[in-house]
Design a protein around this ligand. Structure first.
Ligand code: SIN
Ligand code: MN
Length: 261
């Protein structure tokens, strides 16, 4: 279900931990961003992460720091207004990535909560941030859409009974691969799904969605013929800056200046 009015968007977001907006980003912006994806994918730099085969591009990180189209996107008034309304504060860009889930070879994102990474790895004090997603391809049931467990953001960070306290460290590649470091075990996600209905964030290219740092989410392998490219901009409250950032700047932006429009 999609939403138009700001109060409906906020109510759904706080109730469900996610919301899909009725009105998307313009066609021209989608076209320009796709061209950026092609351009950046051809670059050899750490920000460009490949699938395990070492060939297909999996994700492009921190592109707002070096690509003008991506830099303009994070300042887009609709995105900034949305983020500020949902977070309730001025915001800055904490993380930016484009997940390019290529046809046939684009791999999964196992069940996890983003705040589990941000709190443990970067010392983010509270989940006072929001992920804003923009589809650059049509996202449908078959090309590995993001699946969220509705309302699971209200549980805080979940962990199986008896599990050890998570510790920071390890290779940052374990935070962006198909085998995630701080995941939610499949059995626990299945258990949560009995009370927190799974929802898929679908929609044509240009669709804008938002989801909460604590919502449990995953997406499956793309076994279809259709690419599934989605931009994820994470806006964090300027009052919620991380306490011990060690990860590369393209994963955690050190510039905490409130984003202008
Ligand atoms: C994420 O969880 O950060 C991304 C998941 C996806 O691209 O489907
Ligand atoms: Mn995530």
């Amino acid at each position: 279900m999609t939403a138009t009015e700001p109060d409906v968007i906020g109510t759904r977001y706080h109730r469900d931990g996610w919301v899909v907006l009725d009105e998307g980003i313009g066609e021209d912006t989608v076209r320009d961003l796709r061209a950026s994806v092609d351009r950046i994918s051809a670059m050899v730099r750490d920000e460009v992460v490949h699938e395990e085969d070492g060939r297909a591009v999996r994700a492009l990180h921190g592109c707002h720091r070096f690509d003008d189209v991506c830099a303009a996107l994070v300042r887009h008034p609709r995105l900034v207004d949305l983020a500020e309304a949902l977070v309730g504060e001025r915001v800055y860009v904490y993380q930016f990535k484009i997940n390019v889930k290529n046809p046939q070879v684009g791999r999964q994102w196992p069940w996890h909560q983003d705040f589990a990474f941000w709190s443990v790895e970067d010392g983010m004090p509270a989940p006072d941030a929001v992920n804003v997603a923009i589809n650059l391809d049509d996202v449908h049931e078959g090309n590995g859409p993001l699946t969220v467990l509705s309302g699971s953001h209200r549980l805080g960070v979940v962990r199986p009974a008896g599990a050890a306290e998570p510790v920071a460290g390890g290779d940052w590649r374990g935070h962006v691969s198909a085998d995630l470091t701080h995941g939610v075990p499949g059995e626990l996600a299945a258990d949560l799904a009995r009370h927190h209905a799974p929802a898929r964030l679908l929609g044509p290219a240009g669709t804008i969605s938002a989801f909460h740092p604590n919502v449990v989410h995953s997406s499956s392998d793309n076994r279809s013929e259709d690419r599934r490219t989605v931009v994820f901009v994470t806006y964090n409250s300027v009052r919620n800056t991380p306490r011990h950032v060690t990860r590369p700047e393209f994963l955690v932006d050190r510039d905490t200046t409130p984003v202008g429009r």
